[in-house]
Write a new protein. Structure first.
Length: 287
C-alpha cells in the first residue's frame, strides 16, 4: 500500500477514473485520513475544468477572428478560404463536438464523496437534483412525505434566473468571474461554484449572487440560502436575495413553514417589491 507523498502521483489517474479498484479504495481511504490530499484532489479537478473552459473560449475566439479576416465581398476576387468557409466551419464544429465528447468520456469518474472533503469547504458536492412531480399514492406510510415534495416542487416552479445575472461578466474575458458566468449559463453549475470558491476582490456582490444561484440550481439549497442571507444584509441584490433565499429555504428538508409564511407575507405586502406578484401567487397556493 502506498504511503506518504506517493499518493499525490495518483491524483490525475484517480480523477480520470483510471485507478484499479483495489488501488482506488486505498486512495480514498488515504484521502479520509489526509486533508491535504483531499484538497489537492479537489484543486486538480477544478483547475482541469477551468483549463477546459479557457481552451474552449480560445478556440471560439480564434475561429471568430479567422472568419472576420474573410469578409471580402463575393466575386471572382475571393480567396479559396472565402469561397469555402461554410465547409471549413462545418468541419471545425464536428471536430469540436468529437473532442468535447472524448473529454467528457475521459472525465466520467464519481465525484469525491461529501464526507471526504475538509469541513467548511465551500466547494459544492451536492449533485444536481431533478425533482419529480409529486404523486400521491393511495396509502402513504409517512403523512408529511408528500408535503415535503410539494414544498420543494413549489419552490422550484417559482424560481427563474433573474435578468441581473446576464450582466455579470467580469472585468476581462478570461478572469474568474467571466469563466464562472459562462459555466453557469452553460448549466455547469458545480464548475461555477468551484471557480467562485474564493470571491474575486472588487466584484464580491456580483460573484456572491452568481454563486448563490449556482448552488440553488445544483440542488445545494442550504449553501444557496447562506449566500442569499449574506446578500440580504445590503447591496444591489438585497431584494432579489429576499425572494430567492426564501425559495432556497423552502426547498430544504423540513423547513420552518411558519417562518417562511411570514417572510412570504412580508414580500407580497410590498407593492414596489420586484417579486411581490410572485410572492402573492405562491401565497395563494396555501403551501
Amino acid at each position: 500500500m502506498n504511503t506518504g507523498d506517493n499518493w499525490y502521483s495518483h491524483i490525475e489517474d484517480y480523477n480520470l477514473g483510471q485507478l484499479p479498484a483495489d488501488l482506488k479504495a486505498q486512495f480514498e481511504t488515504a484521502m479520509r485520513d489526509d486533508e491535504a490530499l483531499q484538497a489537492a484532489v479537489a484543486t486538480h479537478r477544478a483547475e482541469w475544468e477551468m483549463q477546459e473552459l479557457m481552451a474552449e473560449n480560445l478556440l471560439r475566439s480564434q475561429i471568430r477572428e479567422q472568419f472576420e479576416t474573410l469578409g471580402a465581398p463575393p466575386g471572382e476576387g475571393q480567396s479559396w478560404w472565402a469561397k469555402n468557409w461554410k465547409y471549413i466551419l462545418t468541419a471545425v464544429v464536428v471536430m469540436i463536438v468529437v473532442v468535447y465528447g472524448i473529454l467528457q468520456t475521459s472525465k466520467k469518474t464519481p465525484e469525491t464523496p461529501a464526507h471526504i472533503l475538509p469541513q467548511g469547504s465551500p466547494v459544492d458536492t451536492t449533485p444536481s437534483v431533478q425533482v419529480p412531480i409529486a404523486q400521491t399514492p393511495e396509502k402513504i406510510p409517512v403523512e408529511d412525505a408528500p408535503k415535503a415534495q410539494d414544498r420543494r416542487q413549489l419552490a422550484m416552479s417559482s424560481y427563474r434566473i433573474p435578468e441581473s445575472l446576464s450582466g455579470v461578466r467580469g472585468q476581462a474575458d478570461e478572469d474568474t468571474l467571466a469563466l464562472a458566468s459562462k459555466a453557469f449559463f452553460d448549466k455547469k453549475y458545480r464548475i461555477a461554484v468551484r471557480l467562485l470558491t474564493n470571491l474575486p476582490e472588487g466584484e464580491t456582490q456580483d460573484a456572491l449572487s452568481l454563486r448563490a444561484h449556482a448552488y440553488f440550481n445544483s440542488g445545494n439549497y442550504a449553501a444557496a440560502s447562506r449566500d442569499f442571507l449574506a446578500l440580504e444584509k445590503g447591496g444591489i441584490y438585497r431584494r432579489e436575495a429576499e425572494w430567492f433565499g426564501l425559495l432556497a429555504r423552502m426547498a430544504m428538508p423540513n423547513p420552518d413553514q411558519k417562518t417562511i409564511r411570514l417572510e412570504l407575507d412580508k414580500i407580497r405586502r410590498q407593492p414596489n417589491h420586484p417579486f411581490a406578484r410572485d410572492a402573492e401567487k405562491l401565497w395563494r397556493t396555501g403551501f
